[in-house]
Ligand binder design. Structure first.
Ligand code: SAH
Length: 252
């Protein structure tokens, strides 16, 4: 009871600050708090940690590695969502980003990033730039991120946000990611954030031996898969969880 009473004003303050930030009614004092959203990011990370351990048996990921946690706690997710979604930016759910597309739920971003099993020296390809949030997370973990978006308006706006926030190692392209980015292949890892109905052969081709590709596959029913490219050119696949992504579309 006492704890509940003590926390109530804190919650009210957070709600008030968030409302002020969203309304743009900021003074210099509140601006510093608004610009940061660090408390919201911490709370998002706690929810992700809890969900990762609750789903560990199914996904095979018992906990997030420190670099992935660091990336999630530093990338300003509120900068990647439309202004009218800012108050919801750190909720553990997907959000609309315009053009009928969505930014993935933070838990899914965390899980897919962890499954990529990447190293700081790596080079990653992302298919489906969307808001640019997943690219920003990856940019903290690898040397270079190459990301492709098929909807020009989204690709351009993500590129502008990433440049404004200084994510210089993210390279953007507008086009059909089903075909990959052959000039930059091979990639150490590939992440696909829209669901194709089959594994795109060009992406398997552009994955280096030993590298992993994490992608949702399916139409009405989708599964998150981790594909590993073996030394003899074959691939092995593991099904991680049922998921729900926007479909991967093709240029007409
Ligand atoms: N990773 C994104 C999630 C975006 S949702 C983020 O962090 O916000 C998936 C995105 O994939 C959408 O923006 C959609 O337009 C894009 N997409 C769909 N088919 C595609 C294709 N063939 N090539 C590239 N992008 C595609």
């Amino acid at each position: 009871m006492e704890a509940a009473l003590r926390t109530a004003p804190v919650i009210r303050t957070t709600v008030l600050l968030t409302a002020l930030c969203t309304a743009g009614l900021v003074t210099l004092v509140t601006a510093a708090v608004c610009a940061d959203f660090a408390a919201e990011r911490r709370s998002m990370l706690e929810q992700i940690d809890a969900m990762i351990s609750a789903t560990a048996r199914e996904t095979g990921v018992a906990k997030l590695s420190e670099p992935v946690r660091e990336a999630l706690s530093s990338v300003p997710r509120h900068e990647f969502v439309p202004a009218d979604q800012r108050t919801s930016a750190y909720r553990n759910r997907p959000l609309p980003i315009g053009e009928g597309q969505t930014i993935s739920q933070p838990f899914i971003v965390a899980l897919m990033t962890e499954l990529l099993d990447i190293e700081k020296t790596g080079k990653v390809l992302e298919v489906g730039t969307g808001s640019g949030y997943q690219s920003a997370i990856l940019s903290r973990l690898v040397q270079d991120v190459f990301t492709i978006e098929i909807v020009p308006a989204l690709g351009k706006s993500a590129q502008a946000v990433l440049a404004r926030l200084g994510y210089q190692n993210v390279h953007t392209r507008i086009g059909d990611g089903y075909l990959g980015w052959p000039e930059q292949a091979p990639f150490d890892a590939i992440i696909v954030t829209a669901a194709p109905d089959h594994i795109p052969p060009a992406l398997v081709e552009q994955l280096r031996t030993g590298g992993k590709m994490v992608l949702p596959v399916g139409t009405a029913q989708q599964e998150l898969l981790v594909l590993t490219k073996n030394a003899n050119g074959t691939t092995s696949q593991k099904t991680v969880a049922p998921v729900s992504f926007v479909p991967l579309t093709r240029d007409p």
